[in-house]
Design a protein around this ligand. Structure first.
Ligand code: GDP
Ligand code: IMO
Ligand code: MG
Length: 459
């Protein structure tokens, strides 16, 4: 079964946990867009892993992981991630594949990301500083450096020279930065190229041939539908396509090969960075939910803003992505609340609005309309079956299902694999959390936080 997993809100819905779980039944786990802006968390016992570029299925010993052409790859971060995984007993050798068509995040992309943000003053997007926007800008402008160029010494020299000439002028004249030394960047990035070469291949061919042999592919989306460059709250978005279409272009697979498209939705809403959050909670309640849900960015550590569940957002996400079911996460975070609100629609100039507006101006005049439900006020984090959930928790889930008219496949009541209520058994069986792998070593995964200084440019 080939399944696409899409974020339905503003990212951080809990995709990582479910990619790891569903990976048990897959042969390949393939990321299709974004870059190291993503932070996907997998928790296994006392071990926590945060994946930025490497697909969240890598903990399964025998599974193959693919970084698709739709990504922008920061080789420095990637190599650090590989190294940290190795330290914890996870070897990616022979099972990590990187598309030759993916674009390379260069140091000037990261610097530009940060200096552009500073210029935005009161209108900051609140990017992750990982160079995502500037790298995708070069891709679309047809000046970018692809992974295939990085590993080809001659091509890289030529492309780097052209890019650096232009970027240094931009950095010096417009942003008053020092710029980068060609020699130093060439040496550093050529060395990265040599190190990643063994993973680089035609990943579209790889996946399509695997599909032809009956293998199962799990497509891993990053970010979420409302951070999509087209469908998100532009300009407060990322620069790629987290929506379902991104999975096809980002891996070079046709729609006829896809069996299921599943959306991951948090039982409430969060957003990190700038941009509207229509159902945002009042300060104190927001802080309570943030603390209980540990809502701090997995990539940047920034606090996430919290809001009630917004069914207008989810209705649009279901439509845009053609979702056939939802995974509802972090239901346990609402355990202590006396009342829980569900935003069923918006009111705009006295009229009912069921779908998310494209215009931020219209959105700013929309008033979320709520139904108020009673909370369950007991811990649900040890509950394993739907039947055993408190009545009010079931009422909450049923109401969401009914208003949206969609199936809920799985419910998550905690970060661990076994803190999952399985409603759709076709996705995996009751013992799915019992996955075979060696004991992990303690340590950190992922990469270090983005270097904060903007004058880190080297001459
Ligand atoms: P992703 O980017 O969509 O993979 O999500 P993140 O990893 O950025 O954020 C989700 C956070 O919630 C992580 O810290 C997870 O360990 C945690 N998490 C996932 N599911 C649950 C759940 O059902 N309950 C609780 N309390 N935490 C969860
Ligand atoms: P995962 O995959 C939540 C947000 C940033 C910022 C905007 C643009 O973990 O769900 P960018 O660095 O992409 O140019 O930033 O998008 N953002 C995310 N928010 N989860 C993510 O990824 C995000 N990736 C980017 O906070 O508002
Ligand atoms: Mg995340």
């Amino acid at each position: 079964m080939n399944i696409i997993i899409v974020g339905t809100q503003f990212g951080d819905e809990g995709k990582g946990k479910f990619i790891d779980l569903l990976a048990k039944k897959a042969d390949y786990i393939a990321r299709y867009q974004g870059g190291a802006n993503a932070g996907h968390t997998v928790v296994i016992g006392k071990n926590e892993f945060i994946f930025h570029l490497i697909p969240s299925g890598i903990l399964h010993k025998r599974k193959k992981c693919v970084i698709g052409n739709g990504l922008v790859v920061d080789p420095e971060t990637l190599l650090e991630e590989i190294k940290n995984l190795r330290k914890r007993g996870i070897d990616v050798k022979g099972r990590l594949f990187i598309s030759e068509n993916a674009h390379v995040v260069m140091p000037y992309h990261k610097l530009l990301d940060r200096v552009k943000e500073l210029r935005r003053k009161g209108k900051k997007i609140g990017t992750t500083g990982r160079g995502i926007g500037p790298c995708y800008t070069d891709k679309v402008a047809r000046t970018g450096i692809r992974v295939a160029d990085l590993i080809d010494e001659r091509a890289f020299k030529e492309k780097l020279r052209k890019n650096l000439d232009e970027k240094n002028r931009l950095l010096k004249k417009i942003y008053h930065q020092k710029g980068f030394s060609y020699k130093r960047v060439l040496a550093e990035y050529s060395s990265y190229g040599r190190k990643i070469k063994k993973y680089v291949t035609n990943t579209s061919l790889l996946i399509n041939q695997a599909i032809d042999k009956g293998k199962s592919i799990l497509f891993e989306g990053a970010q979420g539908t409302f951070l999509d460059i087209d469908w998100g709250t532009y300009p407060y978005v990322t620069s790629s396509h987290p929506v379902v279409g991104g999975a096809l272009t980002g891996l070079g697979v046709g729609p006829t090969k896809i069996d299921r498209v599943i959306g991951v939705a948090k039982a409430y809403t969060t957003r990190v960075g700038g941009g509207p959050l229509p159902t945002e909670l009042p300060k104190r309640l927001g802080e309570r939910v943030r603390e209980k849900g540990r809502e701090y960015g997995a990539t940047t550590g920034r606090p996430r803003r919290c809001g009630w569940i917004d069914l207008v957002l989810l209705r649009s996400a279901i439509q845009i992505n053609g979702l056939d079911s939802l995974i509802l996460t972090k239901l346990d975070v609402l355990d202590e609340l006396k009342e829980i609100k569900i935003c069923t629609h918006y009111k705009y100039r006295g009229k009912r609005m069921d779908y998310f507006p494209n215009s931020l101006k219209v959105l700013s005049q929309c008033k979320p309309q709520y139904e108020v439900l009673k909370g369950w006020r007991e811990s649900i984090s040890e509950i394993k079956t739907y039947k055993k959930l408190p009545v009010n928790a079931k009422k909450y889930v049923e109401r969401i299902k009914k208003v949206l008219g969609i199936k809920i496949a799985l419910i998550s009541v905690g970060p661990q694999r076994d803190q999952t209520i399985i409603l759709d058994k076709s996705l995996y069986g009751p013992l799915a959390h019992q996955v075979e792998h060696r004991p992990f070593k303690a340590g950190v995964t992922g990469s270090s936080p983005v270097r904060p200084t903007i004058n880190a440019a080297i001459v």
